[in-house]
Write a protein that binds this ligand. Structure first.
Ligand code: SF4
Ligand code: SF4
Length: 364
């Protein structure tokens, strides 16, 4: 791990997991010493804590409050500024540096989330040049999960915990056993092979491949949450008036945490500001959320004025109309919205409640 980061740092800005304020987050790192070594997480609905693992694993935890969208689709971007001088008004566009990121420790669910954001922000009718400039050179070192948190349900979404090679440069599986600690490293691209060629290591044996695959399969089997995706789009559409939406609205605070932590949510708003003299103004793009009243404000008021309407919109878009827009589910099963909801609302539980409900059905 030490050598891998050293090699990547020659050509890339290396971003990896670190511990800050009691949570695993992603930040720039200069060496493996900064990785969250020997820690694991304790996650449940509305709960996230770090605790020691009792070993020296580098990646012994599941999904964390932040995802890679922090770097690819930043929360705050200055779009332009304007200055008035001697009666002349000039618009200045900020120069966009093309950053070369190497992401260390991308999990299978987050890889699926990056592919979803690619579809939304690169491959639609209107590509986002800010996302494109950050995305196109990213070097991805994926790490397969060998343990799941109770909030994970990637296996049911078909996104993990096994890392499939599309979009990955190097795939790692960390094996920590009594007395042994090693990585299975597999290159999926030419540039991945070039990096691996600069590391020390032994060729993998069949038993190493089996050991790594066995750990990942065990992590999938250990998942206790799931979403039954059969007919889910139509299920949600047909339950538009289900009383369960009133039930969840009684609990939901409309705090927007679920959308902020979600690795696929991409909505933004625009905010303008000027100084008191009127000589300088700026336009910023900021993450927004379908849970805010302003998000659906049009002439005369907000289209989704109730908490019920906002939660229903979020879940029905994420799991239903996303298929119509982008050809896939908008959920990758990372479980972040479950752990980071302050009142512990659980998307898997809400789907089950709707599926089991006899209310609000209309004929297909
Ligand atoms: S909806 Fe929840 S579980 Fe699904 S991708 Fe977003 S944060 Fe993860
Ligand atoms: S579901 Fe939870 S996290 Fe999302 S807006 Fe409601 S209270 Fe906040």
């Amino acid at each position: 791990m030490y050598r891998l980061i050293e090699v990547l740092a020659r050509n890339y800005e290396v971003i990896g997991p670190v511990v800050r304020d009691g949570a695993v987050v992603y930040d720039r790192i200069s060496g493996a010493d900064e990785l969250p070594r020997g820690v694991t997480d304790d996650q449940e609905a509305g709960r996230y804590r770090l605790k020691p693992r009792g070993d020296a694993a580098f990646f012994g935890y599941a999904s964390s409050p932040q995802s890679w969208k922090k770097f690819l689709h930043p929360a705050q971007v200055k779009l332009f500024e304007a200055e008035q001088k001697d009666g002349v008004f000039r618009v200045l566009e900020p120069s966009r540096e093309r950053r070369r990121f190497a992401f260390i420790g991308v999990r299978a669910c987050d890889l699926a989330a990056i592919r979803i954001q690619d579809r939304v922000l690169l491959e639609g009718s209107f590509g986002d040049p800010i996302y494109q400039a950050r995305r196109e050179q990213v070097f991805i070192v994926a790490v397969e999960c060998t343990q799941s948190a109770p909030t994970c349900f990637c296996a049911s979404m078909g996104t993990g915990p096994q890392v499939r090679d599309a979009g990955v440069d190097i795939r790692l599986t960390e094996i920590v056993n009594a007395g042994e600690h090693w990585f299975l490293a597999q290159a999926a691209t030419d540039r991945g092979s070039e990096v691996l060629a600069q590391l020390e290591g032994d060729p993998a044996r069949d038993e190493d491949l089996r050991a790594a695959a066995g750990r990942v399969e065990a992590a999938a089997r250990a998942q206790t949450r799931a979403i039954d995706n059969r007919g889910i789009r139509d299920l949600l559409f047909h339950h538009f008036e289900d009383p369960r939406w009133d039930d969840v609205a009684q609990r939901c605070l409309s705090c927007a945490n679920c959308t902020m932590v979600c690795p696929t949510c991409f909505c933004t708003t625009i905010e303008d500001s000027s100084d008191l003299s009127g000589a300088h103004a700026e336009r910023w793009r900021l993450w927004d959320s379908c849970f805010s009243m302003n998000f659906s404000y049009i002439h005369g008021g907000s289209v989704r004025a109730s908490g019920k309407a906002r939660y229903r919109q979020w879940m029905t878009h994420k799991l239903g109309s996303w298929f119509d827009q982008f050809g896939s589910s908008g959920c990758v099963g990372c479980g972040r919205c479950i752990a980071w909801c302050p009142v512990g609302i659980d998307i898997t539980e809400e789907v089950e409640a709707i599926r089991g409900s006899t209310h609000g059905k209309t004929n297909a």
